[in-house]
Design a binder for this molecule. Structure first.
Ligand code: ADP
Length: 383
């Protein structure tokens, strides 16, 4: 009996030992796997760090991360190349001595998560600065990116100069061709019908060219800020009425009406001549694109310190995907139906921007388009 007990106990011990050995082997396996995973993680982390370092080194934009007291926590190599070495720990103002950047970060703090942008000058460089303050960590962190746009600005200036030069050079021969056509047309005596038609065609084409050259020159002047803008307090209704006047013949020819509903007590801050020109371009399009006998509505309302002028027509409208593009230079929705320069709305946009205002369009295709201009009211008006 005793032997049986001993044999049973030995068997149990053997089974337990075997289990223990199996568990030990499993633990060893698990440890091996953990070590392997740790190695893999470390390699992945190293790869990530390497990738981040490569990215930060190759990015030519200046990148600074700042804490809430505008102390630099991180600076990429481009930052050190532009501003100087050992930036971490310095304050932004101490490192760059550029109060505009301090203001930019303060502005970004007011709109957490949104980018605030500005152009600044830093040691003869024109920089496009963008700041974003994020609240995702315990304390807000600001990321400041500076892009050097000196070269782009230089190229833009040479493009504008080139346009100004070309348009200047073109206007003399175009005028001469137009005069020659006029001379042929004014000859007394029998002219072959073909000559008469050709001279009329030449005169019409030179008029189109003169208009195009004039618009290109004006656009480049407005874009470069060389077109003087004299801001005064102007009556919006007077400005609207004055811009309609030169278009009345066109409207009459198409039996169209222009209904103006602009209160006489709205005064905006602007250059009367330039504003009339912007309004005239929009109204001209409304008449040009609308069918015969249709009516165009011009209204003005007040909203948050601004006057919103709307010009609504019943023309073909503009496809949704082209709405933001119509203000680009030379953009035309329907190239087959070209009877303009494609510059009118680009001029509108630049005039309105020079006034610190906004211009945009809304449309339901097939039902017409509405063009809007928002302009700041004069101070007395706001009060
Ligand atoms: P354009 O000299 O061709 O009129 P604009 O810059 O004034 O040049 O306008 C650009 C394009 O926008 C036009 O060619 C036309 O396709 C579109 N557009 C402008 N105004 C209207 C409108 N009121 N209705 C429909 N399309 C318009």
């Amino acid at each position: 009996m005793g032997n049986w007990i001993i044999a049973g106990a030995v068997l149990v011990i053997v089974i337990l030992l075997a289990r223990l050995l199996r568990v030990q082997a499993q633990i060893r396996d698990a440890q091996l796997r953990v070590t392997q995973l740790e190695r893999e993680c470390a390699t992945q982390q190293e790869q990530k760090d390497h990738l981040r370092d490569v990215l930060l080194k190759t990015v030519s934009d200046v990148l600074l991360v700042l804490d809430d007291s505008q102390t630099i926590l991180f600076a990429n190599p481009a930052a050190e190349a532009l501003i100087g070495p050992n930036l971490v720990g310095e304050t932004l103002i101490g490192a760059m001595r550029q109060p505009e950047l301090e203001t930019l970060i303060q502005d970004a703090q007011k709109v957490l998560g949104e980018g605030v942008e500005r152009r600044i000058e830093y040691e003869r460089h024109i920089m496009h600065a963008r700041a974003v303050v994020s609240q995702s960590f315990q304390n807000p962190l600001a990321v400041l990116v500076l892009r050097d746009v000196t070269e782009i600005q230089r190229l833009e200036r040479s493009r504008r100069d080139m346009v100004a030069n070309i348009t200047h050079e073109l206007s003399t021969p175009i005028t001469a061709i137009g005069l020659l056509a006029e001379t042929i047309l004014s000859f007394e005596g029998g002219k072959p019908r073909k000559t008469q038609k050709m001279a009329t065609d030449i005169r019409r084409e030179t008029e189109t060219l003169t208009h195009l050259v004039q618009e290109m020159r004006d656009l480049s002047l407005i874009e470069s800020g060389q077109m003087p803008i004299r801001m005064t307090s102007i009556s919006l209704r007077d400005s609207v009425n004055a811009s309609i006047e030169p278009l009345l013949t066109l409207a009459e020819g198409k039996t169209q009406t222009v209904n103006v509903s602009v209160p006489d007590d709205i005064y905006v801050l602007g250059d009367d001549l330039q504003l009339r020109r912007a309004l005239k371009n929009i109204l001209h399009n409304a008449l040009k694109f609308s069918p015969e006998g249709s009516a165009i509505q011009v209204t003005a309302t007040l909203q948050g310190g601004e006057a919103i002028i709307a010009v609504q027509d019943k023309g073909p409208g503009i496809p949704a995907e082209d709405l933001s593009r119509v203000f680009e230079r030379f953009f035309q929705v329907d190239r087959a139906r070209r009877n303009g320069t494609g510059l009118g709305l680009a001029i509108v946009r630049h005039i309105v921007l020079a006034h610190g205002g906004r211009a945009w369009a809304e449309s339901v295709e097939g039902e017409g388009a509405t063009f809007y201009i928002a302009l700041a009211l004069t101070n007395d008006q706001e009060a």
